[in-house]
Design a protein around this ligand. Structure first.
Ligand code: XMP
Length: 522
């Protein structure tokens, strides 16, 4: 979580989200930033002294899975309501605000989850410009059953008589529903009202300013030393490198480890971009032979990941040793990674994401870290990439896992099998792009299955490989739905793969959502 030492000067108007374990805390922060107001997520038990250090314009108390009336439920420093800083409580945040300021929270007659219609009874400031009846998204088991006379009710629903309130004398507002989710269509207006009319934010935060400040900050941190940056072909490492290139130019050395598990033409693409456009000192490690030898005979998915992780670190270390005067290592860590890894084990979050990231480098390498993207969300990284002149094609590339095609080549990973997979994958992506669907889908790829199936080609029987197509839509990659691709696009992909890729006679489409399936097959 943010520690307050971040890029303070990039935002003199900032809002803090106090995280009570909501799955939506990051979404709230994103929505605030979409209003060009800088926003950070902080622990729920931040003290008023620490809050004062951030000098925020507003505080948002997130939702969370706990019940305020239960022992051990996460609470905030009660003094924050008297700081004179506007507070917005959402769901659990509302219950906490009302409980602290003299109201009562009870278990609702029925747990409410989903769309609900809300009647707005008071339109001043928070609900300005919002009609009398709005659709809202509810997700709660408890609700505020009584408020003290200090509160004015602002809205109600059929099952929740106190759905939004405001304090009469303190700048404290609260709502039971979630304005941050798209299922509350006017939630954006309500948040905008809070940020502008109530907090007085003028929406001056810009990514361009972020880039300028980040460059100055990196120059101060790095001085004359050399920085190594690993390139993976993905957008995060590319934007990190592009930003560093702006900051220190020739003092940047990039390493691309070609593990032989990259997609078709991927190595050539990265080389072209980082030598033609950025003219960086690029070291390409030809690791295919080494990785494929390590993977020979390995079929178990976790074992594959471990072997690849180990080889990657060895290759990177060997290459880094050759780069004299390197003192720093740049990593494309993003804000969600910072929050997730910073969540205390006894923190309020109900679920903690388990990372299976391969490609991380151990601290023993002895470099100091430079992480210029650690305050940004993925969509902000993409915008920044475009501002820095990276091509659209790279900036909008679907994510690709560190272990590469190894986890999409089910069974043993061999060069001939990888080549089949690469061809099939390239066809799938080309057709999805041709149909104009690449940007509206989150991740698309082909998987080579470890089974053979019978087919007929011409008059002859074939017994060949099966390729599965996977295409998903997701906001956060934690849950995902399979993409409902048009039949004609699926048909074209299938026909082309079977006709053009030697050794494949059957194509299937994966129609599983996550959960219970995962996005990758291994
Ligand atoms: P799953 O398969 O867990 O994937 O639903 C969620 C997202 O994470 C990516 N992924 C990985 N990324 N190293 C990575 O860097 C890995 O080992 C790894 N496994 C999965 C996956 O592509 C999807 O975007």
């Amino acid at each position: 979580m943010a520690d307050g030492s971040g890029l303070r000067s990039i935002a003199d108007q900032r809002v803090l989200v106090l995280d009570f374990g909501s799955q939506y805390a990051q979404l709230i922060a994103r929505r605030v930033r979409e209003n060009n107001v800088y926003c950070e997520i902080v622990r729920h038990d931040i003290t008023v002294e620490q809050i004062a250090h951030h000098a925020p314009r507003g505080l948002i108390l997130s939702g969370g899975p706990s019940s305020v009336y239960e022992p051990g439920a996460p609470r905030c420093d009660a003094r924050l309501f008297n700081m004179g800083i506007p507070v917005l409580g959402i769901c659990y945040g509302m219950q906490l605000a009302c409980d602290t300021l003299g109201g009562k929270v009870d278990s609702a007659p029925a747990r409410e989850y989903g769309r609900s219609q809300c009647i707005v009874t008071e339109h001043a400031d928070l609900f300005a410009g919002v009609p009398d009846k709005i659709d809202v998204w509810m997700s709660h088991g408890d609700q505020v059953s009584r408020v003290s006379d200090d509160f004015v009710p602002l809205a109600k629903t059929g099952t929740c008589p106190i759905a939004a309130v405001k304090h009469k004398t303190l700048p404290v507002y609260a709502m039971q529903f979630h304005p941050e989710v798209t299922h509350t269509p006017l939630g954006g207006t309500i948040l905008h009202n809070f940020l502008t009319a109530i907090c007085g934010c003028s929406g001056t935060w810009r990514l361009g300013d972020f880039a300028k400040e980040a460059i100055l900050k990196m120059r101060a941190q790095i001085g004359d030393a050399r920085v190594i940056c690993g390139l993976s072909g993905g957008v995060d490492s590319a934007v990190t490198a592009a930003l560093l290139y702006r900051a220190i130019g020739p003092k940047l050395s990039c390493i691309l480890v070609d593990n032989g598990l990259l997609r078709k033409d991927e190595q050539a693409g990265v080389i072209a971009e980082f030598t033609n456009h950025f003219k960086t000192d690029l070291h390409v490690v030809e690791g295919e032979k080494r990785f494929l030898e390590a993977l020979a005979g390995v079929t178990e998915p976790q074992a594959k990941r471990k072997k690849i992780g180990y080889e990657f670190i060895e290759c990177f270390k060997d290459e880094a040793k050759k780069i004299e005067d390197a003192r720093f290592l740049a990593q494309g860590t993003l804000y969600p990674d910072v929050i997730e890894s910073g969540a205390a084990p006894d923190g309020p979050a109900a679920t903690i994401k388990l990372h299976h990231n391969v490609g991380g480098l151990p601290a023993e390498l002895g470099f100091e870290l430079v992480e210029p993207l650690r305050d940004l969300f993925k969509d902000e990284v993409r915008k920044l990439g475009l501002e820095l002149g990276l091509p659209e094609d790279l900036v909008w590339r679907h994510p690709f896992p560190g272990p590469g095609l190894a986890v999409r080549c089910l069974g043993e990973v061999t060069k001939p099998r990888l080549d089949v997979l690469r061809e099939a994958d390239a066809i799938m992506i080309a057709e999805i792009k041709a149909a104009g669907l690449y940007r509206s889908t989150s991740q698309a790829f082909a998987v080579l299955l470890p089974v053979q199936s019978v087919g007929v080609m011409g008059d002859a029987r074939t017994y060949e490989n099966v390729v599965a197509l996977r295409c998903v839509n997701t906001d956060d990659f934690m849950t995902a739905d399979w993409s409902h691709l048009p039949y004609d696009v699926l048909a074209r992909i299938s026909t082309r793969i079977i006709n053009e890729v030697k050794g494949v006679n059957r194509v299937c489409y994966d129609i599983s959502s996550k959960p219970p399936a995962t996005i990758e097959w291994e």
